[in-house]
Design a binder for this molecule. Sequence first.
Ligand code: ADP
Length: 540
Amino acid sequence: MKVLVLNCGSSSVKFRLFRMEDEQLQASGIVECIGSPEARLVYRVPRRDDRRQVVRAEDHSQAINLVLDGLTNPHHGVLEDIHEIDAVGHRVVHGGETFTEPVLINEAVLLKIKECRRFAPLHNPPNISGIEASLFLIPFARQIAVFDTAFHQSMKPEAFIYALPYEWYEKRRIRRYGFHGTSHHYVSVKAARILGKPIDGLKIVTCHLGNGASVCAVEAGKSVDTSMGFTPVEGLIMGTRCGDIDASLPLHIMEEDGLAPARMDNILNKQSGLFGITGGDNDLRTIEQKADSGSDRHRLALAMFTRKVKKYIGAYAAIMGGIDCLVFTAGIGENSPSVRRMVCEGLGFLGIRIDDAANEANRGRIGCGKTEVLVIPTDEELAIAKEVASVLAEEGEGPEPVEIPVITPGGKKILAIDDDPDIHDYFTTVLSKAGYAYFRADNMKQGIKMVPEVQPDLIILDVMMEDISAGFRFAKELRSAEAGRPGRPVPILMVTAVERVTGLTFRDRVGTDQLPIDGFLEKPVEPEVLLKKVSDTIHR
Ligand code: ADP
């Protein structure tokens, strides 16, 4: 199984393609500066030279198209055909309270992701553009959304409610959500595996220390608390974000300097944190170098950063009533021995002691006290791909076919495939009245079996958005079963509401190799429109 992971930001699309059988990375890269003349594609295949090129990418759809072109390029591609992509995993920053785990994207899911836009106005819109572009460009593949917030939905109200007017939570869902969930989940599961212990019995504190940084208390495999809140600004000191501060402070400055909320938001997100303290440096390597060279401000930044991590570790050990394992991950957590040493200094009372040699060598196990201290590289994209694979495994093969009474054929024969009895009743009424012989199948598996028996003149395939990829696969399967047989292939008319929900337009691709169907009909379908389209498609 091949899974393409897409991480769409406001002006970039990061991608990674995995072969899931051995979790091997096939290709990766990024389209950056989307919408600007400097747009470029960086395309990487393991053990080959990187390819960089200036490209035309005005929006996410064009960017994803470039990625697909790269992946299928005869010289440097890794796929013969985009149909080899079985599923696409989309990183979605905010899933609100709706999404507690990864989900297959259907119409209802997409609408709900759109509703979560208000929580993450900068992040969710590009995620949504990526989903819509991918539904359009890779409709054969299953599309799965994986949320940064989902892992933390296990937090209890005492961890997620703010001490603010309670109606804000009730009416507007103002609460702590937490982020980096995929990473905290991934490294906590890995930690249990490394220790050879069931995660159910472990109290783990995971420190994701990158440009964005957060700590999570993971008890029995569930997030019970995390440092980020309603937005990713809360918690640790980060590269450019302030982390926890007195809530009155921004108001005070806004009042004194006459700043608008957007300007204050920019300062808290982009000009604070390590950047703010040092006066312009947010890269930890630079900060370490300048601290070593004697800069007091850079030393202060390091001391403040590590002290805050230490505070959270202590708090979470207290919340969980102990700690069995401390995990460091992400750019800083994986690579900076001095940050890890400073964080762990003085935590002997929690059983946290570091083996200096192991720490300096960036080894995986660096603790020498009773609490394990692990350095585990995070791989958010692989974690997303694995979540995708598990959603698909859970989904299974779908329902078994059932026997359906066959109506005696009159004029032309129509086989309709849908699992909704109401739609069948509607089709039966409209089409039988018009003199068509109407056959029904409750699912695609059954439909495929019925084709040789019924020999229909037309297949109507009514698909929900979650089934749209299955619908296209069905059409392909049917076409290859028909290949070599005399006569023209049975036309397929797809009926769906996908265009209404997403604003996608598949029409211009109908009948091409990419979309092996012969017509598209948008729901709800008026009887006259249905009859005209059916007749046109049969007599085409
Ligand atoms: P994000 O994904 O949030 O952008 P990363 O996880 O890539 O961030 O982490 C970026 C941070 O990791 C930067 O501050 C960078 O300086 C730091 N980092 C990367 N490599 C090293 C290293 N060898 N030593 C110290 N810090 C490092």
